[in-house]
Write a protein that binds this ligand. Structure first.
Ligand code: 5GP
Ligand code: MN
Length: 330
């Protein structure tokens, strides 16, 4: 493992040398992960380079209309990967959050390309393009690929989708002038913000609306600490037949509360398996908080997974967080 960052813009040349390629991302992929994976696949198709996308889950409802099931393989355990000369890992801070899990680049005769924007990325690849200043992995991919070669319209659309979903449709502070330049570039190729908003955000089904309603109706406020949180028990997920990825955007909703300093969403996605999402309005570094439980992410958006009964684990976690951030003097 090289554990160093690539500085040169040689991605396209390297990918060409390593076909056929496998493309993977983190478990429970969000808009940035999905945009990155399928945008890159469309780019490689356009340039006649062979690639396969491997996921360990079906896609969240919001993306089902955009990407057909024929576009990817859905396997929990990939098995032998020696037929691939290169594996591109997108939007993943480490290999253990991907379908590859046990795979290490040194143990196989396959080059790993690590392209990501998480500050906690451990540079697991043979080639690492990791820049925390990118708003999203999709922004990074545009920067790495927009040289001589054409970005086809399908790629532009999917990369714009990743940028928009990771920046709250350009409302988060991570979306600065550099990001807007990239957005303009994609816009000129034919990608449209309003079309993506309609396809992804204005596409909830009834059960998703009920899931959001449940979480919002049952939210709790701890104004002394500036914390707003909500917990969704597993029974709600099974009754409504929604998946973890179907609540993308929900934790961000709680930032709307005027006394929100830190928003937390606890989701019992499987019995006794709790996914925790954290969002900060600025001052609290949630990447550091999530790392207490082995998770990570970004300073203002992070997550982790713990096992245990919701009723006990939840209070334990809240107490530790309150101890770390202290009361809110604003
Ligand atoms: P979410 O709360 O939407 O699942 O994740 C927010 C951000 O934190 C995303 O960038 C996501 O990749 C990252 N993240 C979430 N869970 C984990 C985790 O368990 N480990 C690491 N390293 N990052 C995570
Ligand atoms: Mn991302």
């Amino acid at each position: 493992m090289k554990s160093i960052k690539e500085t040169s813009n040689t991605l396209f040349v390297l990918l060409k040398k390593h076909t056929p390629l496998l493309i993977v991302t983190h478990e429970n992929p969000d808009g940035d992960a999905i945009g990155a994976v399928f945008g890159l696949k469309a780019f490689l198709n356009y340039h006649s380079l062979s690639s396969t996308v491997l996921l360990n889950t079906s896609l969240p409802l919001a993306y089902e209309n955009l990407i057909s099931k024929e576009e990817y393989e859905n396997l929990a355990n990939p098995g032998d990967l020696s037929e691939y000369k290169g594996i591109v890992v997108l939007d993943s801070a480490n290999i253990s959050r991907t379908v590859l899990k046990e795979f290490t680049s040194s143990s196989k005769n396959t080059a790993i390309f690590n392209i990501d924007h998480h500050v906690s990325n451990d540079l697991f690849g043979d080639y690492n393009w990791v820049e925390p200043w990118w708003s999203s992995t999709c922004e990074g991919l545009v920067r790495l690929l927009k040289g001589e070669q054409v970005l086809p319209k399908e790629t532009a659309k999917l990369f714009l989708m990743g940028i928009l979903t990771d920046t709250g449709y350009l409302t988060f502070s991570a979306a600065g002038p550099d990001t807007l330049e990239i957005v303009t570039h994609l816009f000129k190729i034919g990608a449209s913000i309003s079309e993506i908003h309609r396809a992804v955000k204005e596409n909830m089904n009834k059960n998703q609306l009920k899931l959001w309603g449940y979480a919002i109706y049952n939210c709790q406020y701890e104004d002394e600490y500036g914390i707003i949180w909500s917990a969704i028990p597993n029974q709600v997920y099974s009754t409504l037949q929604v998946k973890e990825g179907d609540s993308e955007g929900l934790v961000e909703f709680f930032r709307r509360y005027r006394n929100c300093r830190l928003a937390l969403l606890f989701r019992e996605v499987e019995p006794s398996k709790l996914r925790v999402s954290l969002r900060s309005k600025g001052e609290v570094d949630v990447n550091t908080l999530a790392s207490i439980w082995g998770g990570g992410g970004h300073p203002r958006a992070a997550g982790f997974t713990v096992s245990g009964e919701v009723s006990t684990v939840l209070n334990e976690i809240l107490n530790i967080i309150k101890g770390k951030i202290g009361v809110w003097n604003h």
